[in-house]
Design a protein around this ligand. Sequence first.
Ligand code: RNT
Ligand code: ZN
Length: 430
Amino acid sequence: MSNSHSDTPIEIAYELAAERYASIGIDVASVLAKLKTIPISVHCWQGDDVGGFEHNAEELGGGIAVTGNYPGKASNVDELRRDVEQAFSLLPGRHRLNLHAIYGEFLTPTDRNEVGPEHFQGWIDWAKEQQVGLDFNPSFFSHDNAADGFTLSHPNADIRNFWIEHGIRSREIGEAFGVALNNPCVTNFWVPDGFKDMPADRTAPRERLAASLDKIFTKEVSPNHNLDAVECKLFGIGSESCVVGSHEFYLGYAMSRKKLLCLDAGHFHPTEVISDKISSVLMYLPEVLLHVSRGVRWDSDHVVTYSDELQAIAQEIVRGDYLNRVHIGLDFFDASINRVAAWVIGTRNMIKALLTAMLEPTDQLKQLELEGDYTSRLALMEELKFMPFSAVWDYYCLSSGVPVGAEWLKDVKQYESQVLLHRSQKTEKV
Ligand code: RNT
Ligand code: ZN
């Protein structure tokens, strides 16, 4: 490494940081080369408060909620794409876009049991052009047939069949993404089904949910094109007493049907953390999907910050050597701040957490633990928190051609004044 006179302060800081890391056995250049290959699946729904583009879109349902009325929400597919491109331009690395079924391009009113790959051709073309992979989600909420809180486990067979058809078609869309992009799509199934008050029968709805899912998954689809995931949950607004698709339900389902389990950071008891679950679940499942989110007091889906739990999630993925088995997706929605900024903040934090985890001397920490030297383990872990990872992060941004530090905010502010504030504002609820 040479400090030529043309080196910027960021490059100089990086070179010094790289020397520090080399002294603890970390090759920073190879860490950055690897980090570049890890995609984060960025959720489209932060861009419009989980609204979607259906003709007769209903209010957000399913026990999830978005609060805030920050101006500039995307209200059509072109606006959403433009906003996603703006966010992607501020992220180092190449990432993925995660779509929900309600985000299709519907020329005529199209019900959920009518969606198909044709409604997502525009997204496929866009993804090819942007060179990003696509992930998918059937949308089992914000619909008349979900209004009473049940979908795939509904006691009424007609309603169940309606949603089963939606699930089948959603997998076909996922498969079409995988084929067109030559890149497997993760299609994640989350249903809001649950009881507000104590149910008399917890068994029958769970049996119906399993039977409905089995019907949806009947067709064999190549894992090179589509991977199915199922997302568990503890409670929602309106399903406080019993969620049909609980953790135990879906862990068993995923194991027995060879599906991915989706662990959402907001879907457990408040002191329960998904970082501790990854290694347990991966004992028995080949792959998992994460919905990295941040619950504040409840499953509130706040923007992901650089929290202890975010770091712990990244550490678990890296320490367990699970990078190839964990699909990292984000799931938050905040309408009280600039929505593009929300994406950038949350995604940059996820990448930063991966980077710092990859800059750890993992083998040394494990060895100290094995020897029972917990004193050294704790001392080293705490010293690592003050290693110069920010210099590595800055350099990663610089060398990836994206803004360093808070510079990205200028781009977002400019985009806000030039684009977002010119959008016609519909009356929105707070
Ligand atoms: C809801 C689940 C689910 C949704 C998205 C919109 O509690 O987390 O993943 O947030 O599908
Ligand atoms: Zn989720």
